[in-house]
Design a protein around this ligand. Structure first.
Ligand code: C2E
Ligand code: MG
Ligand code: MG
Ligand code: MG
Length: 296
């Protein structure tokens, strides 16, 4: 009986594996088509400052609008796109959309929030990345500080030599640089100090368990203290509750992103919710966009 159970389980496992492999091949083929047919969509997740009444920027998050499967998550297709290097043209498409969107907002309103774009390790390794971004900045003439590039902590750790050079070159273009999913890679402080960073994003996995979990609380307190000491901005990712927000504010974190405010939303929703009531007089800092009577 035990033996047949084992065999049975193995068969189930094997079938699941085969299914996954087939799906990967199918998706890979369809991903090429999707790129040719522009089947990608960008969602924007707002970054909110202070006590929740100011919108200053948003993270661009990619989606694949599949003809029969609906929206496919980047968690599923980005790893495939990285394997076959399709992430290079896909990533360029995202950067281009975002830069032209900022240009459009600047022309339409005279100001624009900053937009952050995720960079994959494959893009970082690609020697054309810097010149591509330089070309986009030249073409759109947007203030480079309105574009922020996110690189995950693990990429920085594993690609240390390449990353430092690339980040320095990107920094010279005037774009902002942030380190994503911070806290998951155990970087040393001395290493971080060598990098030309502007912002640090505290990973959602720590935010999830505060207040209450002593380890997460220690990590959050340490990361915030360290960022402020180093002159870095710090943002908490994945803020879902009022309790988390209050805790983070108490710990001197002043920038937030998460479902408590908004999930990633469409361009239209972003404009409707955050651009409709924009203050007429924007501060001298072009990246800060004030909201009048913003309430949840
Ligand atoms: P990420 O850069 O760390 O993005 C944050 C992810 O957390 C997003 O998932 C977002 O929807 C989700 N999130 C935000 N707030 C909350 C919250 O309060 N609770 C929970 N449970 N989740 C929250 P998403 O959009 O599925 O993206 C997943 C990952 O895919 C991103 O992680 C990023 O690494 C990657 N990705 C997305 N767009 C791009 C892109 O254009 N290029 C590259 N290379 N990677 C991308
Ligand atoms: Mg990110
Ligand atoms: Mg993240
Ligand atoms: Mg992530």
């Amino acid at each position: 009986y035990a033996k047949s159970m084992g065999r049975n389980r193995y068969a189930v496992f094997k079938k699941a594996m085969e299914k996954a492999v087939v799906r990967k091949h199918v998706l890979e083929k369809e991903l090429r088509k999707a790129l040719a047919e522009s089947r990608f969509i960008i969602r924007y997740q707002p970054q909110i400052t202070q006590d929740g009444n100011k919108f200053i920027g948003a993270e661009a998050l990619l989606r694949w609008s599949h003809p029969t499967e609906g929206i496919i998550s980047p968690a599923e297709f980005i790893p495939i796109a990285e394997e076959n290097h399709l992430i290079i043209p896909i990533g360029e498409w995202v950067l281009k959309q975002v830069c032209y969107q900022i240009k459009h907002w600047l022309e339409q309103h005279g100001y624009s929030p900053f937009i952050t774009v995720n960079l994959s390790v494959v893009q970082i390794r690609n020697s054309d990345l810097v010149s591509y971004i330089k070309k986009l900045l030249d073409q759109t003439k947007i203030p480079p500080q309105l574009l922020e590039l996110e690189v995950t902590e693990t990429v920085l750790l594993h690609e240390a030599r390449v990353s430092i050079d690339i980040l320095n070159e990107l920094k010279k273009l005037g774009v902002k640089l942030s380190i994503d999913d911070f806290g998951t890679g155990y970087s040393s402080l001395t290493y971080l100090k060598k990098l030309p960073l502007d912002k640090l994003k505290i990973d959602r996995s720590f935010v999830k368990d505060v207040p209450g979990d002593p380890d997460s609380e220690t990590i959050i307190r340490t990361v915030i203290g360290m960022s402020l000491d180093m002159g870095l901005e710090v943002i908490a990712e994945g803020v879902e509750t009022k309790e988390q927000l209050d805790y983070l504010i108490k710990e001197h974190c002043s920038l937030f992103q998460g479902f408590y405010f908004d999930p990633p939303i469409s361009l239209e929703q972003l404009e409707e919710k955050y651009f409709a009531n924009l203050h007429k007089s924007v501060t001298s800092n072009p990246k800060v966009v004030h909201l009048e009577n913003y309430s949840k």
